[in-house]
Design a protein around this ligand. Structure first.
Ligand code: 26A
Length: 342
């Protein structure tokens, strides 16, 4: 079977709970952030599981995007790579993927549990604390297995979560090189401020393969700070990213900065010129927002689904806004049923 879109990321099960600011303060967590759990954060997972309101929801940023894109696209359009354990958590992920028809080619770890993310919801903010578990053991050799490489060769577009830079930059580079050689679009999401901040070298290594960069305003600011340039002017940050080194000269670099409810900024660098545009999001009354966990992933999903459908940039961004609006009305990184169509 040939899948148009191939995605790579860290499959996680989200343990979603509502917490107050004091709970976040106690663990030194920001209200809106995503981090890798340190030893001191480990009790959070058992505390979440012990809460009566805990929800176990399929997560993992790129997996959410893969599900969202498959939600929009015709059957058998999307395949997702990642690493899971052999446990009930993985069964939950498989069930959620099945609900939208997302195909997976998981690498399975016999001895390591599926990764989990405590999604600590505080009003319209979400603080994500992740214990990668099995997701941390993904290897490029999994992509190189003949049956999997066949999927890579058949793919038309690639989407990779920047979060995976903490796991296997080699796997990302492998896909990036293939995409550049074959002139296929390669999309990377910066995923969280700590990626440009603490994974600067691996990000620098894969960025030249990227045709489309997607990130939010705080990730853009973190990128600017990590590279020592002014973070206050997002347009100039986007231009710097757009102009940075690129392997595939046949495609322009497109940089997409989401900004919550503010308009999405898009900068394209082509033939020595910048095109700068802004697109407003789809309005939604605050009272209709259930939670914002997965909003950015849903945006990316709608956007890449637009690319798969060969839509223009404005339409692809609009599809991202449309799907994000649907997702923030659901619990966690989920999509409404019966299915809605764009
Ligand atoms: C490496 N880290 C920290 C992560 C993640 C992650 N997905 C992959 N790697 N930390 C949080 N997430 C996921 O982000 C989604 C919201 O955008 C969560 O699982 C959540 O579903």
């Amino acid at each position: 079977m040939a899948f148009d879109l191939v995605c790579l990321g860290n499959p996680l099960l989200d343990l979603q709970v509502n917490v107050d600011k004091a709970y976040l303060d106690n663990y030194g967590l920001k209200e809106n952030d995503a981090i890798l759990a340190e030893e001191k954060h480990m009790p959070i997972f058992d505390e979440a599981l012990a809460r009566p309101d805990v929800r176990l929801i399929a997560g993992g940023a790129a997996q959410n995007t893969a599900r969202g894109a498959q939600y929009i696209l015709p059957a058998n359009s999307v395949l997702y790579f990642g690493s899971v354990g052999k446990d009930k958590y993985a069964d939950k992920l498989i069930e959620a993927n099945k609900s939208v028809g997302l195909a997976t080619a998981y690498m399975v770890q016999d001895e390591i549990a599926t990764g989990k993310c405590a999604a600590l919801i505080n009003g319209t903010n979400r603080s994500l604390v992740t214990d990668l578990g099995a997701a941390n053991h993904f290897k490029p050799s999994h992509l190189e297995k003949p049956e999997n490489w066949e999927h890579v060769k058949n793919a038309k577009i690639f989407y990779v979560g920047g979060f995976h830079l903490t796991v296997s930059p080699d796997a990302i580079e492998l896909l990036g090189k293939h995409a550049a050689e074959e002139n296929k679009p390669f999309v990377l999401n910066f995923s969280a401020p700590f990626i440009p901040q603490f994974f600067k070298e691996p990000l620098e290594r894969v960025l030249p393969y990227v045709d489309y960069v997607i990130c939010n305003e705080s990730e853009a600011a973190a990128f600017a700070e990590a590279n020592g340039f002014d973070a206050s002017d997002l347009v100039s940050v986007a231009k710097t990213v757009a102009k940075s080194a690129k392997v595939n000269g046949k495609r322009p670099r497109t940089v997409v900065f989401t900004q919550g409810t503010d308009p999405t900024l898009v900068v394209v660098y082509e033939n020595g010129d910048f095109a700068v545009r802004e697109y407003p999001v789809h309005a939604l009354e605050a009272s209709k927002v259930t939670d914002t966990n997965g909003a950015g992933d849903a945006f990316a999903a709608g956007f890449v689904a637009g690319l798969v459908r060969n839509k223009d940039l404005a339409t692809s961004v609009d599809m991202g806004h449309w799907l994000a609006k649907l997702s923030i009305q659901e619990i966690g990184p989920s999509f409404p049923f019966p299915k809605q169509t764009y």
